[in-house]
Design a protein around this ligand. Structure first.
Ligand SMILES: [Zn+2]
Length: 198
């Protein structure tokens, strides 16, 4: 099917987003063209600003506007606990339940023996460095309940435990294979409360 070049490019851009096939991309592109000028401008501005104004916190790896991030610099947070997650969106999920008051560490992925992703390729080294000479007493591993999430948890436990720091894992209230991002607040809250030492 022939489309004028500008819309073909827009379809191409939308189809680069996860979970968006050609058909949905085409629908979104045509929808965008029908939008008010003001809304399209705002959309474009938000896309650019999200990319330009956000960076990763140099301490915890979370997405932030200022480095270090608001959580790392918050004097009221408990500095003896670090909760390790796969992605920044998992920090948001945890913050929503408002029960956890410690710090975070974002791995930006998982170790994946199947896909050849080694610990060096995710944000592990900075976690280990962070734990040296710190007041951290417990590391809670909240990687997803997938085989890669488990492999990552086991690897981290092996690395961290010799330093005399307690390592725990979220309790199995979460369904196997599930992402903590999609867990409801009660389930997540229970999973933190009933965490188990590994
Ligand atoms: Zn931070």
């Amino acid at each position: 099917m022939y489309y004028p070049e500008p819309i073909a490019r827009l379809i191409e851009s939308f189809s680069k987003l996860p979970g968006i096939g050609k058909k949905t991309a085409t629908r979104l592109a045509f929808y965008t063209i029908g939008m008010e000028d003001q809304d399209v401008n705002e959309f474009a501005k938000n896309l650019l600003s999200a990319k330009r104004d956000l960076r990763f916190c140099s301490i915890c790896g979370n997405l932030t506007e200022s480095d270090p991030c608001a959580i790392c610099t918050d004097p009221t947070r408990d500095r003896t606990t670090i909760l390790v997650v796969e992605e920044s969106k998992d920090v948001l999920a945890m913050e929503k339940i408002r029960e956890y008051r410690g710090l975070y560490h974002v791995l930006h992925g998982t170790i994946s023996p199947m896909n050849g992703i080694s610990p060096d390729e995710i944000n592990v080294k900075s976690l280990i460095t962070r734990l040296m000479d710190s007041e951290v007493k417990e590391v809670i591993i909240a990687t997803n309940a997938t085989s890669d999430g488990e492999a990552t948890a086991m690897y981290l436990a092996r690395m961290i435990k010799p330093a005399g720091i307690k390592v725990t894992r979220l309790a199995r209230g979460l369904a196997v294979g599930s992402d903590i991002e999609y867990a409801d607040e009660v389930t997540l809250s229970k999973a933190v409360e009933n965490r188990l030492e590994i």
